[in-house]
Ligand binder design. Structure first.
Ligand SMILES: [Zn+2]
Length: 509
């Protein structure tokens, strides 16, 4: 009987051993009463707690051959996960650290939180990821956390593998195994190995969780290895949101339940028509239709904005997302005009202008009469600086009072300059092609700067122009070949934006 293990045997032996006189019967009976009370208590405890105790006892039964007790303890998380997942019938885990939470959180409860009446379910069924572990022998699973300065030659020996194993793995296609070649500190590698009779360890399966939905695998296949990155299918839930500006765009977004990421994306979409640093007014309002990304009923990220509307100082702009057959995604007005111009007005969409273009300004640090040939955008150190237009990197480096500077050249006639960076975007180099909206560096105060800000210059044929007022060339409209497809895709979204308007009006009345 399992429950009897919970009653210490020593107590009972003492209870019976000294019963030699006339009190024997009495003590025997009272002992039995005490014992049965304990048994009853234990039994009721077991029954109320049955759900948690069952998986625990199962994990204890699991035997991991060839491992020391310590190693078994380390690996218990892995074993437990697989058992619990088979019980709750969810896909295999991507991150073994989530062992307990996966079981405890019912997907339906988290879903209901977001199922407000504005949400529509697009793809309801949850698709199971392929089960890779099916035909594998019982492996010794060990996990190693990547530390700073680690590489494969340092990591593999920690689980008993050799330089030869590293060699075999790195013979695979470099692009396919790039997650393994670009490991970051804190990432966890799970090694599934087998030991032969001579205690030599061989690698059978290796996995690294890259994100909640992506896991990198290397598996032994015959006498070679195969690498792949598995992506789990996620569910997209369309969310409709309206908001109105009271003090700032971020605050309005927060009130409407938007993350900063979605607010930033909205600012990018309308950034060609609305200068969010300058033009925003109290009472401006917006509507958004965007995707939320769910995995096993839990929201893991925000998806793309599908359609958006922004009313700024009484003027309304609408944007519809469209991806052409070549894979290019752009936002267009309902008429098919591009939302973008060849240049964004501002490189830091949600910053504050701290100094304007001024040919007769006193320099704040040098105190001499020095023209200010650009616009300063104040934002906290580390805020991303975005390329205002497609172009090529003409210069990356330190440039006197400008500090860390990037200059982009846009088709010969236009150049843009970004100064006082705290750091450059990793990997950026001279000659590199840059896309509009791409991060090129981060706000800082390098060079002659009183505080963290971006100094931004816009030159036309080498002449400094005011970035806030210079006439910007327009971008190409939607190509004719996509007109029909765009109209078909846009129509329901436009109808939903209209409905959203009616709902908002109805609610305010
Ligand atoms: Zn400046």
């Amino acid at each position: 009987m399992k429950r009897n293990r919970l009653v210490k045997p020593s107590k009972h032996t003492r209870l019976f051993s000294d019963s030699t006189n006339e009190f024997v019967k009495y003590r025997y009976i009272s002992g039995l009463v005490v014992l049965s009370v304990i048994v009853l208590l234990v039994a009721s405890f077991m029954s109320t707690d049955a759900q948690t105790s069952v998986p625990i006892s199962q994990t204890q039964v699991i035997d991991l051959p060839g491992l020391s007790a310590d190693e078994q303890l380390q690996n218990q998380a892995v074993t437990t996960t697989s058992i619990q997942h088979s019980q709750v019938q969810t896909p295999p885990p991507l991150s073994n650290t989530a062992t307990d939470t996966v079981v405890e959180k019912a997907p339906s409860s988290t879903l209901s939180e977001v199922e407000i009446n504005e949400v529509e379910v697009l793809n309801q069924p949850i698709h199971n990821a392929p089960e890779p572990e099916n035909n594998e022998p019982e492996l010794n699973w060990q996990e190693v956390t990547v530390k700073s300065g680690d590489n494969l030659s340092l990591l593999f020996p920690r689980v008993g593998l050799t330089a030869q194993d590293v060699y075999h793995v790195t013979q695979l296609d470099k692009k396919t195994i790039s997650p393994l070649l670009n490991l970051k500190p804190g990432q966890i590698i799970h090694f599934g190995t087998l030991s032969d009779a001579d205690d030599a360890t061989s690698l059978v399966h290796l996995k690294v969780s890259l994100s909640p939905i992506e896991t990198f695998h290397i598996r032994m296949a015959g006498d070679t290895y195969q690498a792949e990155t598995l992506t789990r299918e996620v569910d997209l839930l369309q969310k409709h949101v309206t908001g109105s500006i009271d003090s700032s765009l971020f605050e309005a977004g927060l009130t409407a339940g938007l993350t900063d990421k979605v607010v930033m994306e909205m600012a990018h979409i309308f950034g060609w028509d609305i200068d969010f640093a300058l033009d925003l007014r109290k009472g401006d309002h917006f509507k958004l239709i965007y995707d939320e990304v769910f995995l096993d009923g839990q929201k893991i990220d925000d998806g793309d904005i599908l359609a958006a509307e922004f009313t700024n100082r009484g003027k309304t702009f609408r944007a519809i997302r469209f991806t052409d057959t070549a894979g290019w995604t752009r936002y267009y007005s309902p008429e098919g005009d591009s939302m973008r111009k060849t240049f964004n007005r501002t490189p830091v969409p949600l910053s504050r202008i701290s100094s304007r273009f001024n040919p007769n300004r006193k320099h704040p640090v040098l105190k001499t009469n020095r023209p200010h040939r650009g616009v300063d955008y104040a934002a906290s150190t580390g805020t991303p600086i975005l390329a205002t237009g497609d172009g090529k990197v003409a210069f990356v480096g330190t440039k006197g009072g400008y500090g860390r500077t990037v200059i982009l050249s846009h088709g010969g006639k236009y150049t843009t300059l970004y100064a006082h960076m705290s750091r450059y975007k990793k990997g950026i180099r001279s000659g590199q092609r840059i896309k509009q909206g791409q991060t090129i560096g981060y706000i800082g105060s390098s060079g002659l700067a009183t505080g963290p800000h971006l100094h931004y210059e816009f030159r036309v044929n080498g002449v400094h122009r005011n970035p806030l007022t210079v006439e910007l060339p327009k971008a190409e409209p939607l190509p004719n070949q996509y007109r029909t497809a765009f109209k078909a895709q846009a129509a329901p979204l436009i109808a939903q934006l209209d409905t959203l308007a009616n709902t908002a009006i109805a609610q305010s009345e």
